[in-house]
Design a protein around this ligand. Sequence first.
Ligand code: ATP
Length: 461
Amino acid sequence: MAQKAAVESQKKMIDLISLCKRRGFIYQSADIYGGLQGVYDYGPLGVELKNNLKAAWWRTVVYERDDIEGLDASILTNRYVLRYSGHEATFADPLVDCRKCKARMRADHLVNGKCEKCGSNDLTEPRPFNMMFKTTVGPVVDEESYAYLRPETAQGIFTNFQNVIDSTARRLPFGIAQIGKAFRNEITPRNFIFRVREFEQMEIEFFVMPGTDEKWHKDWVEMRVDWWKKQGLAEENLELVHQKPEELAHYSKATVDILYRFPHGVEELEGIANRTDYDLGSHSKCQDELGLNAKVSNNEHSTAKLTIRDLATEKDLVPFVIEPSAGVDRGVLAVLTEAYTEEALDEGKTRIVLKLKPHLAPIKVAVIPLARNNEALVEKARSIKNMLQKLGVGRILLENSGNIGKSYRRHDEVGTPICVTVDFETIEGEGETVTIRDRDSMKQERISIADLSDYVRKFYL
Ligand code: ATP
């Protein structure tokens, strides 16, 4: 039974990877050069899906709340930021080598202590491997010229804490949200876009009064689970795990992971950590150690005391912070996994349909002229496309492949919720009508072009 489930899961991952490549969602990066391990590129439909997921997150956490500001900080990071944050010393995974086949792997991912490649148990002792990517900045390359590609977006939020308060006059509780790339030199990238070396995160640092942190932590876990459900993930495929004390990151007092049933197993989609006052405190440390107004070099030490005024006591305090940190790429993999469906049709046929939530669908409406070489049909279809594009609901595609059956199949596979077909009745019949076809039910109905904009607007907004 368990073996059958494992085979089915493996098949699902293979089917998904194949669909992603075939239809232009995700490609292996630099595949004409044999690829670069743990790095992927998003194709024409992948970029739409990914942007839609990020936009949905931004809408929920920034636009629909009144207590979160947005930010877009740099990727290149001053090394002292990552020294004081603790990443230089501790952002490491345990690495082991197999003495027999020379494979390298993560000690905490081993099954029964054996090499995952050859099965040998002749392994070296685990040693820490720092996952940060280093690069050099400027024309002189020496010991002093290196910087890091950020391993998480969070530090850019902490280092801008004072700037954001100064320019927005925020009081506790409030948050700062950011979406952006992060880089980790993972020892063993694997499972398609699940564990990669270049990825995107959607992170909030939500600053609260010390003492209210545990309640906020609980609230954020609920809000984030709720959000993932709204992206289409089924409750039975989500799981909450409270990390054990020995698993906690160096900055965390408590972390709850939201796990999802990916094709390769139930693994982390998002982590929600109570980072306490660790980071703001660390970036203020030199001011504590050296004394305020001490003469310090701006490059090697922070010159700030990252505090906020408590209006009740008129005292400055370092707030605690709750961090919901989600992976965009893992989010894309989760919504694809959930949406991928093979449906039995009549006569032993099947259709593949991506049942994505409409707001995530890469193409919102495909407008299909019945015959590709008929100028009048194509012109009409183009004018409908232009009319719908102006609604601002996302990408509207003029699908001029000429074969209506194939077009429907293609749009089922990429998750297009609505197809609009322009046929001879549209241009010759009375009242200018088109056929609309629903992706999930495959039902078709005729509606007038005059009602089409309203239909699409209501469907998406
Ligand atoms: P894991 O235990 O799976 O390595 P993590 O606990 O190190 O993940 P965090 O540091 O909590 O991950 O990062 C927050 C989120 O960023 C994760 O929940 C995940 O969605 C995403 N993420 C982290 N590492 C990667 C990666 N290598 N590839 C893709 N996404 C990642």
